[in-house]
Design a protein around this ligand. Structure first.
Ligand code: GDP
Ligand code: IMO
Ligand code: MG
Length: 420
């Protein structure tokens, strides 16, 4: 058996949660392999809406096994809130959510450090979700971190010692904070974590594979936010790309099967950093309004713009995408004409390759196509696709040389078309 990976090809929020939920019935195990509560994955079905932050999006489709892998950073406070919220809705995960002992903990002082660092950066701030992601991964790679397995013995001493170190750092920023506020719920969060089965996830994942279980790995964020390949430094602090799935679960690259690359029919970005096709006009406003483009984690308005094939090609290459999934085509239903960036015009001429850095004066070269200009949200079969939508998809497939196998036309689980 192999591990299929589903990951974002843009700057996150491509609709990963929704599609993982739809694909889950085909799999036995769903895993998260990187990121943390900076993620907000939305699922809608039967008139209900859920936003998941730490927990894999496979939890609503029967008793699948859900695993939080070693590559994830987990905030016990947010984790408890999420578990409690789900319990209130009648969803009890105590028997089918397993957590890697090697996942690192996000501590209250990581969140303070995130806030202090962003405040100090001023205009050059990353636009972080302020969930402590950067500082937690810094402690991991700096070999100072505390792991989930550490809560089973000696946690208090380790916490006190790391907290002291962090307080020294925070004082250097001159950042004001109320520790009591930040620490509220930590003890309870740790106790909640202890109630779950903490596993040596690399052994378990490989056992699942040997036993013939099928695994779907759910990416968080998107390729253009990857720490190595994204628009550095305006990125997150983990490897969001396919290779990150091997590291974040302890499986061999030989075990990767399908790589589902998910993209919106246009682009969005939340937080700072370059965005070549960003729109500052009425069209951008229309996308935001029609697509309800407000962050699932922070509520911030998302920046919107046309689809960028230069960036998408890069993401397909880095991840080895085998199947494409296009979401939110319905949102473009309000446009008579749709644009797609196929190259960038720069001081050194036209470029087709995603560059080391995106220059500020870069101008996208657009191909214009007629829009479908209709409501797609009730379409359920491919034969009902308007010809303009078929042409749009065909153009993307030809450019990327990968088939679009799934098209999503609304937030609900049912609003999906699997192409033959
Ligand atoms: P994720 O982080 O990749 O899981 O995506 P988010 O949940 O942050 O953002 C995607 C948003 O678009 C959510 O509000 C989804 O409910 C919604 N969504 C997903 N697919 C579609 C679609 O095809 N059409 C529309 N209109 N909304 C969608
Ligand atoms: P999902 O999984 C969209 C962005 C932040 C910021 C940058 C760094 O829902 O697609 P961080 O908190 O990681 O230090 O923020 O990355 N960002 C996301 N944008 N979707 C996400 O996750 C994101 N997670 C982080 O806005 O620009
Ligand atoms: Mg999201």
């Amino acid at each position: 058996m192999s591990v299929d990976v589903l990951l974002g090809l843009q700057w996150g929020d491509e609709g990963k949660g929704k599609v993982v939920d739809v694909l889950t019935p085909k799999y036995d195990v769903i895993t998260r392999f990187q990121g943390g509560p900076n993620a907000g994955h939305t699922l809608e079905f039967e008139g209900k809406k859920f936003v998941l932050h730490n927990i894999p999006s496979g939890i609503f489709q029967g008793d699948k096994i859900n695993v939080i892998g070693n590559g994830v950073v987990l905030d016990p406070i947010i984790f408890k809130e999420e578990i409690d919220g789900l319990k209130k809705q009648g969803i009890d995960l105590s028997n089918n959510l397993f957590i890697s002992k090697k996942a690192h903990l996000i501590l209250p002082t990581h969140r303070i450090l995130d806030a202090a660092s962003e405040a100090a950066k001023g205009k050059t701030r990353i636009g972080s979700t302020l969930k402590g992601i950067g500082p937690a991964y810094m402690d991991k790679t700096g070999r100072n971190g505390i792991r989930v397995g550490d809560i089973l013995s000696g946690f208090d001493e380790k916490y006190t010692s790391l907290k002291e170190k962090h307080m020294t750092l925070i004082s250097m920023y001159g950042f004001d904070y109320n520790m009591e506020e930040y620490e509220k719920g930590l003890k309870e969060g740790i106790e909640t974590l202890k109630q779950f089965t903490l596993i040596n996830s690399e052994h378990e994942m490989n056992r699942y594979l040997r036993d013939g279980q099928s695994i779907l790995a759910e990416g968080a964020q998107g390729t253009l936010l990857d720490i190595d390949f994204g628009s550095y430094p305006y990125v997150t602090s983990s490897n969001t790309v396919c290779a990150g799935a091997c590291i974040g679960m302890g499986i061999s690259p030989r075990n990767i099967g399908e790589v589902y690359g998910i993209f919106k029919a246009y682009c969005t970005r939340v937080g700072s950093g370059p965005f070549p096709t960003e729109l500052f006009d009425e069209d951008g406003e229309k996308m935001r309004k029609n697509g309800n483009e407000f962050g699932s984690t922070t509520g911030r308005p998302r920046r919107c713009g046309w689809l960028d094939l230069v960036a998408l090609k890069y993401s397909v290459m880095i991840n080895g995408v085998t199947q494409l999934i296009m979401t939110k085509g319905d949102v473009l239903g309000c446009f008579e004409t749709i644009k797609i960036a196929t190259a960038y015009k720069t001081d050194v001429g036209i470029i087709n390759e995603f560059p080391f850095e995106l220059p500020e004066n870069l101008e996208p070269v657009y191909k214009e196509m007629p829009g479908w200009h209709c409501d797609l949200t009730n379409v359920r079969t491919e034969k009902d696709f308007p010809k303009e939508l078929k042409n749009y998809i065909k153009f993307i497939e030809d450019e990327l040389e990968v088939p679009v196998t799934i098209v999503s036309v609304g937030p609900d689980r049912e609003q999906i078309i699997v192409r033959k």
